[in-house]
Design a protein around this ligand. Structure first.
Ligand code: PAF
Length: 267
């Protein structure tokens, strides 16, 4: 894998690939790669002539008191994983490359950013949209792969791309889960063994919610079913359990670790 640290280098590399007639796949990440990221990378490598990925822990999307300083990092392991997954070009800018000074320009996506994660983390999605806009501007026209675990993020990115006419095709990819149902997340690394054993309650809650929707109960009741399942787990502290359109979404804390999960419903 070709590791690139500068904006100029990454931009010129992908421009040259396109000039050569190649299609480009892009997988933006914050690193500490797991099988969920690897699935995105493999898909980009399979569906596009050239696969690129980015690793950047974006301070703009963390609020004060969140886990920016402790966010897990493993650049050597990530480089190997990206290479094994078929990534050709890996962009790993440092903080001063991405944000050389104060940031005066941000992107905020009204509507899609409201509620759910946006309610618990009011500045989060503007931080995500801003860095993703920057990465898209650096990478240029491509197919960009995002995991559905961050369902609301995917909706925010899709809306930004549509509203601002980015030359990007956004591809949403299914959640990758551990055998016990826990959605893979870099933040799972924070969990103690007792918390890790408790965390699959999120997926169980979604399955209970799905069964309730399929029984034909009202969305509010299905949300209550999910909330009750999570609240019955002593190590879980419920943040939200909601039904939004055709999606069941949950968030809870396990100790200081906040995890999210979601599941689609067909009505
Ligand atoms: O999903 C993530 O890992 C991040 O939010 C993203 C999209 C890479 C932006 O920093």
């Amino acid at each position: 894998v070709n590791v690139i640290e500068t904006i100029d280098g990454f931009r010129k590399t992908l421009d040259a690939e396109r000039l050569d007639g190649k299609t480009v796949g892009l997988v933006p990440t914050m690193g500490f790669l797991h099988e969920g990221h690897v699935a995105l990378m493999r898909r980009a490598a399979t569906e596009c002539d050239v696969a690129a990925a980015t690793i950047f822990v974006n301070p703009l999307q963390f609020a004060a008191g969140e886990d920016l300083s402790t966010y897990p990092r493993d650049i050597d392991g990530d480089t190997r994983a990206a290479s094994d997954a078929g990534i050709d070009h890996l962009f790993v800018p440092d903080l001063s490359e991405m944000y050389p000074g104060d940031v005066h320009t941000t992107v905020s996506v009204a509507g899609e950013s409201d509620g759910l994660e946006g309610a618990s983390r009011p500045t989060h999605f503007a931080g995500v949209a801003t860095v993703v806009a920057k990465l898209f501007n650096i990478a240029g026209p491509c197919r960009a792969y995002f995991g559905e675990k961050d369902w609301q993020q995917l909706q925010v990115v899709r809306r930004m791309v549509a509203d601002l006419s980015f030359p990007i095709e956004v591809v949403g990819c299914p959640i990758v889960r551990a055998d016990d149902g826990l959605a893979l997340s870099s933040r799972n690394a924070y969990l103690s063994s007792a918390e890790r054993a408790a965390a699959p309650v999120l997926h169980r809650a979604l399955v209970d919610g799905l069964a309730a929707v399929e029984r034909g109960v009202a969305d509010r009741e299905a949300a209550d079913v999910m909330a009750r399942t999570i609240s019955a787990e002593p190590l879980a502290q419920l943040d939200y359990a909601e039904v939004v359109g055709d999606r069941l979404l949950v968030a809870a804390r396990f100790g200081s670790t906040r995890l999210i999960d979601n599941l689609g419903v067909t009505r």
